[in-house]
Design a protein around this ligand. Sequence first.
Ligand code: SAM
Length: 252
Amino acid sequence: MTEKLRPIKSLGQNFLTDKNIINKIVQSIDIIENDNIFEIGPGMGALTEYILEHKVNYSGIELDERAKEYLENKFSDINIINADFLKYNIPDEIHNYKVVGNLPYYITSSILFKIYEWEKKPSKCIFMVQKEVSDRINGKVGSKENGILSILTNFVGSSKKLFDVSPRCFYPRPRVTSSIIEIKFHNKYNLDFKPFATLVKAAFNQRRKQLGNSLKSYGALPANYKSKRAEQLNCDEFVELYQILNDKETSI
Ligand code: SAM
């Protein structure tokens, strides 16, 4: 039998042990035959084992070399790529795919933004994140949870929380409650992600200030936006503001 891995804290290794929760997560992926599934950080394969009960094309992207070895010993013919997901790209020949994973919490936002930047988006993502991060991803306009994560998520798609997961379901136990979220994508705005994200980040980095101040470097703002604060805007309004500022720039 393969020896279990000693968890490495700096890699965000809290291994999921609760079989009911594992089942619920894998069910929410809605696997269909021949799905292309990419798992971020499979670790010791808590989800992987149940995913592989289906006939799928599976790839795991795992930074910990020990985990790659562990998984290759445990499952025959498994495709584990020993890499940092933040430096990984979906192969060109794959067009329809899902991304899943119990995310390493220290890089949750970077993982999300990386996927949001991709031209070829997944058909859906099922992720475990900290509950507090799920609240921010699903933050409502006017609330303190409305921020960079909610606006940028709504820019590329929509998200919903499926259920919470108690710290008791892991080894070692994390200090926080976790949530499972589903993200699906749309192409409603058809604009570049990066410059839009730069504007949204500038607005929220000084979230207490009025937009007229926090976005000073963009020049004069339209009167209806000047005295508002970032959290009072929804994604449509950010897009409108972005387009007004962009048109102004191109007409100079
Ligand atoms: N999927 C396993 C489970 O549910 O028990 C492990 C989840 S654990 C919360 C996060 C996993 O992500 C760990 O296995 C860790 O080694 C891996 N990881 C951390 N940083 C990573 C990165 N930059 N790229 C890919 N995997 C990473």
